[in-house]
Design a protein around this ligand. Sequence first.
Ligand code: HEC
Ligand code: HEC
Ligand code: HEC
Ligand code: HEC
Ligand code: HEC
Ligand code: HEC
Ligand code: HEC
Ligand code: HEC
Ligand code: HEC
Ligand code: HEC
Length: 315
Amino acid sequence: MHLQSPARAALLLTLCLLGPPDSVSQSEIAAAEPVPYSNKGADSCIACHDDPVSLAVFRTPHGVPGDPHSPFGQEQLQCEACHGPGGAHAARVRRGQERPPVIRFGSEGGTDVGIQNAMCLGCHNADVGFGWHGGPHDSNEIACSDCHAVHAPQDAVLQTSTQPEVCFECHALERNETLKAFAHPLFEGKMDCSGCHSPHGETTATQLAQQTLNDTCYDCHAEKRGPYLWEHAPVAEDCGLCHAPHGSNHPGMLVSRAPLLCQSCHAQAGHPSIAQGTDGLADGVPSQFLLGQSCLNCHEQVHGSNHPSGSKLMR
Ligand code: HEC
Ligand code: HEC
Ligand code: HEC
Ligand code: HEC
Ligand code: HEC
Ligand code: HEC
Ligand code: HEC
Ligand code: HEC
Ligand code: HEC
Ligand code: HEC
């Protein structure tokens, strides 16, 4: 956490008044007057913005006067720590004249997202970490405030029971998967997306919370890590070969049912369990489904076995 530089904020708002950063030339920046701060801080703002939404910010971790790093700590800029210099905005405007804006948050009708996020990052660069910059949310112009409700006493994205709804606003596909018959208990409020994903981004694929997909699963399913005397190769390689992590219509969140699941890798031919008739195979017709109905009836240790004679994953 490091402190917001007021000069930087004044420059940012100047840029925002001039237009999107890409279209602003160096000479325009040099010529522009820095936008002033208000005279009385929050008191200036509250004179007009005394509505419940604006005032609720005092009941959040940002509204703590005793914390020197909080926007309302001593010598901090209060509302303007986030909304930028509001001196011109708070001043009286003549009839017919437009009120100069302050920085507005959100993806609709707001200030340029880069500028919005810069206001937050001025204090939170270390908290969001290295992975944010250039990660999928940053590069798709997602604002901090698309996920975080800063004026709300309870920020929904920080509570396990309410977080998924925030994410589902944009991730409709994952909502559908999570609604399938067999899924992680996201709708029961027992876990959240950030159990598996690092929402500010990671250097890993699909922002997983751990370095690999399997390591992410081991966080909660440690027993599947083994080590096993008899490993089942695909398990150690990638749980996603058999499981759909967000949910599926097959029991156990499997990508398909046995025997098809198993037969997507294992040849049907030559299996010792195909029933033998007197003349060889049953009725002379080899059926890959005959006894293989559920491979798991016999090969029940599908994640690996520690039994001395478990090499065929049967005990
Ligand atoms: C004299 C009254 C007045 C004062 C003082 C004032 N505002 Fe405003 N503010 C308004 C009005 C009116 C609007 C709505 C019109 C507009 O969007 O320009 C507005 C709009 C806003 C918005 C955008 C709201 C939205 O819908 O997104 C924000 C944010 C805001 N003000 C913050 C501040 C802050 C921070 C201060 C203190 C530095 C402040 N205002 C001081 C009158 C005031
Ligand atoms: C920590 C940063 C931060 C501080 C401090 C802050 N705001 Fe905001 N403000 C936001 C964000 C982000 C939004 C967008 C809505 C949200 O996230 O809740 C917002 C939204 C608003 C809005 C628009 C509300 C609406 O209905 O859309 C107004 C008005 C406003 N703030 C005024 C203020 C005033 C007045 C203060 C000081 C008392 C203040 N803000 C302090 C970040 C801040
Ligand atoms: C002036 C510095 C400052 C600015 C600007 C600022 N914050 Fe904070 N923020 C803090 C402090 C201090 C805390 C409380 C201590 C902590 O959790 O690190 C905090 C806490 C938070 C938390 C954790 C809240 C909780 O319930 O634990 C979130 C999320 C957050 N800020 C998001 C934002 C967003 C989004 C913005 C921009 C709209 C923003 N902050 C702007 C200083 C700031
Ligand atoms: C995709 C949604 C999303 C976006 C976008 C996002 N955050 Fe977060 N943020 C989260 C979640 C979820 C958590 C809780 C993390 C956890 O549970 O491990 C969090 C936690 C935080 C915290 C508390 C950190 C802590 O360790 O206590 C801060 C501060 C914060 N975010 C700031 C920001 C800032 C600043 C931005 C923009 C640069 C931002 N966030 C963008 C989802 C998001
Ligand atoms: C049990 C762990 C887990 C949980 C919980 C989880 N995810 Fe995932 N998610 C994954 C894994 C693993 C992948 C990578 C899938 C792959 O590579 O095939 C992924 C991929 C994604 C992707 C990228 C999809 C794509 O096709 O590129 C998005 C977006 C996503 N998850 C969003 C979410 C959201 C939103 C939530 C919360 C509602 C969530 N996830 C909860 C494990 C999880
Ligand atoms: C405002 C919209 C929005 C919100 C809210 C949002 N996301 Fe995203 N997210 C995106 C966009 C856009 C992308 C990049 C395009 C894509 O892969 O879908 C993305 C990408 C991702 C990816 C990476 C996909 C990949 O292929 O690398 C994951 C994982 C993810 N989001 C998880 C989350 C989680 C978890 C939350 C809630 C904490 C969340 N998102 C909230 C819009 C959003
Ligand atoms: C944050 C903790 C957490 C993480 C990480 C996690 N899971 Fe789970 N998993 C759970 C919980 C909780 C359940 C439900 C257990 C219950 O209902 O008894 C579960 C259940 C399951 C089930 C059984 C579903 C059923 O219908 O029987 C499978 C399969 C599963 N997880 C696979 C995975 C995979 C694969 C990963 C990695 C991509 C993973 N899990 C990551 C917490 C987690
Ligand atoms: C070769 C396919 C395959 C792979 C790879 C695989 N699983 Fe499974 N998993 C299964 C099958 C089959 C079931 C049984 C489903 C049922 O009970 O109907 C299962 C069940 C589960 C269950 C619920 C029952 C239990 O045993 O606790 C969890 C949790 C689970 N797997 C986690 C994982 C994790 C974590 C990984 C990666 C380390 C993984 N699986 C890799 C096939 C696989
Ligand atoms: C993604 C591919 C894949 C899937 C799906 C898969 N397996 Fe395997 N399985 C393998 C590989 C690779 C080996 C190791 C083969 C070797 O060592 O020669 C193996 C080994 C085995 C072995 C031990 C064979 C031996 O020769 O020691 C058994 C038994 C087995 N699998 C059963 C199953 C069952 C039952 C399922 C379905 C629940 C299944 N497998 C799904 C890839 C897969
Ligand atoms: C009736 C019990 C039974 C069923 C059902 C069954 N198997 Fe087997 N399977 C066995 C036995 C017994 C062996 C070990 C034979 C041996 O040790 O030489 C075996 C061996 C294997 C091997 C190792 C191959 C080899 O040549 O050593 C694989 C792979 C395998 N089974 C996969 C499957 C798959 C996939 C299914 C479902 C389509 C399945 N099994 C259903 C009993 C069964």
